[in-house]
Design a protein around this ligand. Structure first.
Ligand code: ZN
Length: 428
């Protein structure tokens, strides 16, 4: 059944520029498969006459916006958000690996999967590229929970066959067979997608990385996700383990793990050859600023990414990241962009930050025109935002003289209280 919503309406054009209708109309209807998609969008005055058959739901004072896309998050780390540690490697050893060990139990995986998806939706995140753990049960649990909610979600079993403690370490041959089995059972089912998931180069043997690259070639429309160049200790370790590769990033290229739909979290300690390699292979960076600030890892070089023009978008990286909220992530990205002592500093426009967490993130995932925007054809995952959710935000929103001022007020002052409703595109 066709439905329409009347409120202010935020979209992005093909160049990534914001399109804003103060009095907008969003029309959604099921496609041939029954999935709800945007069929028309624009100013109420222009769009309403084309749909005289539908009475819009009127949402005065509200903003319709695309659901946020989180390019990198760990669902098994939901409960270790905010864990104190001296940087990345101690944090992994003391908190992450013990917590992840528990996901061998299907019941625990299933319980946390529900909490995790509740949190995403409460914060307005409608799609995420998500790490599971090395246990296939964790992948089954998250896919099953997302499928019940009809969400578009991408995840995969972590590959880590060395330098990992008992309980999370897997076995090379078995890990690759499990991965291929999960791909066959879940990839492309409803709105679910599989990501081949080496944790990071230091925790995989060459045989496991080679096997992962072979799977990535055999299943060309799957995703690949991993971490790279997060902090300097980790970079040094990776360089020692793989001395033949030109750089830490080059390790992934050497094993066939850079291509379209490959997404690497962090990408901080790069040189221009690394950036060129990202561009040449259409590989994307998942920029995770709250995590990088929390763990003291460094500052992503937005100027370098724009100058070389490789794909990148925003991510929470919970539990290294400190919030599920895209507003907190966008604000942290602004801080990181401004930092000008270790790299060129720049002021990211509020609409650019927003794009990097919606349509830009979708582009980086190879999902342009499917999610992250509210142009006709997109799946109807959208948010109803309340720009007067708190007293100070209400004043700032009312006084905003431009779209950029309005979006920045939301980014600086907003959180889950702004998310009045999260709508997932239903089928049937
Ligand atoms: Zn991560």
């Amino acid at each position: 059944m066709k439905k329409a919503y009347r409120a202010s309406l935020l979209r992005f054009d093909d160049a990534g520029q914001p399109v804003f209708d103060t009095d907008g109309l969003l029309v959604v209807a099921p496609d041939a498969q029954g999935r709800e998609r945007v069929v028309d969008a624009g100013s109420h005055g222009a769009v309403q006459p084309r749909h005289p058959d539908v009475a819009p739901e009127h949402l005065p004072g509200r903003i319709l916006a695309p659901g946020f896309v989180d390019m990198h998050i760990h669902f098994p780390q939901t409960d270790i958000i905010g864990a104190p540690a001296d940087g990345l490697l101690p944090w992994l050893e003391n908190y992450t690996f013990p917590a992840e060990t528990r996901f061998a139990e299907p019941a625990h995986s299933a319980e946390v999967a529900e909490v995790f998806l509740d949190e995403l939706l409460r914060h307005g995140v409608t799609t995420s590229l998500t790490f599971a753990t090395s246990h296939p049960a964790s992948v089954d649990a998250l896919f099953a929970a997302a499928q019940r909610r009809q969400m578009r979600l991408i995840t995969g079993k972590v590959l880590q066959d060395r330098h990992s403690p008992d309980g999370v370490r897997d076995e090379t041959e078995r890990s690759l067979a499990d991965t291929e089995d999960l791909i066959r059972r879940w990839h492309g089912v409803d709105r679910l997608g599989y990501a081949i998931t080496p944790r990071f180069a230091p925790t995989s043997t060459e045989a496991q990385l080679r096997g992962a690259g072979e799977l990535a070639a055999r299943h060309a429309d799957t995703w690949i996700q991993s971490h790279v160049a997060e902090n300097k200790d980790e970079v040094k370790w990776a360089r020692e383990l793989f001395p033949a590769s030109r750089s830490y990033l080059g390790v992934y290229d050497d094993f066939g793990l850079m291509r379209e739909r490959a997404v690497y979290a962090h990408c901080i300690h790069f040189d221009d050859e690394d950036r060129q390699l990202m561009r040449a292979t259409r590989t994307a960076a998942a920029v995770s600023p709250t995590s990088n600030l929390f763990l003291g890892s460094g500052f992503f070089d937005f100027e370098g990414a724009q100058r070389v023009d490789y794909l990148h978008g925003l991510a929470s990286d919970v539990g290294g990241g400190t919030s599920f909220s895209p507003f907190h992530t966008m604000l942290a990205a602004y801080y990181v962009g401004r930092e000008g002592q270790t790299k060129p500093g720049l002021s990211l426009a509020p609409s650019r930050l927003w794009w990097l967490h919606t349509a830009g993130a979708a582009q980086a995932l190879g999902l342009t025109g499917t999610i992250g925007n509210l142009q006709p054809g997109c799946e109807a995952d959208f948010l109803v935002l309340d720009p007067s959710a708190t007293p100070l935000l209400a004043r700032k929103s009312a006084n905003a003289a431009s779209l950029e001022e309005l979006l920045f007020a939301l980014i600086v002052l907003g959180d889950d209280r702004v998310i009045e409703r999260t709508v997932i595109a239903r089928a049937g």
